[in-house]
Design a protein around this ligand. Sequence first.
Ligand code: IVH
Length: 709
Amino acid sequence: MMPDTSAVLLRIQALTEQLHHLNYEYYQRDTSEVSDQEFDQLLTELQQLEAAHPDLALANSPTRRVGGTITKQFPTAEHRYPMLSLGNTYSEDDLREFDERVQKGLEGAPYAYVCELKIDGVAMSLRYEHGQLTQGVTRGDGTRGDVVTANVRTIKTLPLALRPGQDRPEDFEVRGEVFLPLPVFEELNAEREQNGESLMANPRNAASGTLKLQNSVQVAARKLKFYAYSLLTPGRHFTSHSAALEALSRYGLPVSDTWRRASNIAEVLDFVHYWAQKRFDLPVATDGIVIKVDNLRQQDQLGYTAKSPRWAIAYKYPAEAARTRLNEVLYNVGRTGAVTPVALLTPVPLAGTVVKRATLHNANQIEALDLRLGDLVFVEKGGEIIPKITGVDLTARPAGAVPIQYPTACPACGTALVRPEGEAHFRCPNERGCPPQLKARLEHYVSRKALNIDGLGAETVGRFFELSMVKTPADIYDLPARRPELVTLERLGEKSIDNLISGIEASKQVPFPRVLFGMGIRYIGETVAQKLAAHYRSIDALMAASAEEMAAVPEVGGVIAVAAAHWFQQPENRQLIERLRQAGVQLEVTGEAPVPASDRLAGLTFVISGVFEQHSRDELQQLIISNGGKITGSISKKLSYLVAGENMGPAKREKALGFKVPIISETDLMALLPALEEAAGFEIFPEETPPAPAPEAPSNRPGQQGSLF
Ligand code: IVH
């Protein structure tokens, strides 16, 4: 018998409330009233009820955290209170001067400060209405930012629903920092290194890149965190900043418990000194201390300059430097032949880790520093995680030290290096025969974002390469037939071979854009591969295109197009493609219907602006181009149409009106195109492709993590 709906609703409400409470206990207080298994049972029960009664599911249900939302483009929103920045200083004298200004501004009244750690992440503004998280907006230009709500919802330590509280404002904003914990950042970079992808310079970039990912399932996998540092309401709800911080904690928001009240500047400096070294023990990147006048009325009294408050200042710790010896310089040859010098140093402790290597970027830098082997060099670790050499201690230069000679030939294959004009790197042009290039290309081909071949990781494919069993990606598909040879290899059991073979077989289903990315053509990253695949739909059409034609595809500039066209012209690359084709690898887009093509829009130019209901912006661009129209970025009097979606900036509208350019909607544009029936009964666009499946059975409750600080 069907349970009646109101009983189901009550149960859904009860489960939702209980799960929110358990999440609060777990993530904010490091305690747990139930076992992980019990928690999972409750969550599963809620998931099942919601699946059976989708109309009863609550908007902020704890089941709805792990994303699944694909945002083609982030809409923007205006901040209700502008997001200002802070004045910065590196000197303690400046802090004392700041204190004098505060004292003067407050005309002798007593005052106190709050000191907080300055977390190196991305500023975020969250809106809570009636206790529910309703919006997350990035700082943007301080006035408008990107709406990234679906992505911030994946941050597990962030409550979707707040705890009740008598003094909780009904509608308020929380400002804070979204960040990637250091261990997660390091893990991510290790994985990227394995995949031959470029490393992320620091956790801040990684956090900001993560927030801009379009698929929130990927965002969820990145394990971002959040710390709140201010609460904003239309009126004055609290008397002091410290009271607001305490309230935020009570409502269930994560507030770092490192903040302290300081009754005078001497106590502020104590706090600064205390964290100078201690901060390296924290699993989060910090770059300084933020000092704020505690009393909110006094904050108002002190006011603002054009950019920042007069009641707060950021003290930044100087970049940590150490002196050590440069013993050797290695030259790494990457997938595209770029040669990168790496300094090998006598290990030295620096900013919480022991540094053994530093990047030297390129030949220019070696020259500019006039480096010699045996020099004592200064190494710095600023916001960047990879240390760099910033100078030489000339007073300690050993007699007769010889300048470092940048190699003129590839350290791996001996081919003369070249330096294309305008480029900082020397390159080994021996694309076909240089072993580290070949090996890195294989590693790239099997990497997670390319063919992602199960049972064939970077290490195994590298081993096959060393054994001369595999030289190009096409050779991988011959492996299943070479089982007798494989079984003779050490550390490769029958089970691993089975795994490898089924992984290779499965990789034949990997969609064309990822295969194209896997080919490792210079400049063709994931996004460009997707654009090219969507536009040309098959490798044959792509190979037939000229550089000029490719350059016209949105987001594919001239440099990329020339490199791609050149690559496709090389006989060995054509041969590679033929062999991949014979192996059964996907070399065309399947499943989706082609976009109708006509010359209806020939001679017309369009600007597309805003967010659209039925199509993504890319789809509209593609429609226009495949029907003979052109896309441009700026509004001029020659423009034929401005296609306007939601959230289009008022400036664009005004400009178009000024030039008398017709402003049309998405529907108007569709009316200019051949009718659906003319497109041979195809749907113009298939339903939105489903997001990538969530990583297998993600545990709803990762291992208990201690509080960060
Ligand atoms: S207060 C009006 N407190 O540092 C000033 N900012 O320019 C509001 N940050 O990007 C900022 N930790 O996101 C404040 N405890 C903290 C902070 C903090 C990091 C960031 C902030 C902004 C920059 C300040």
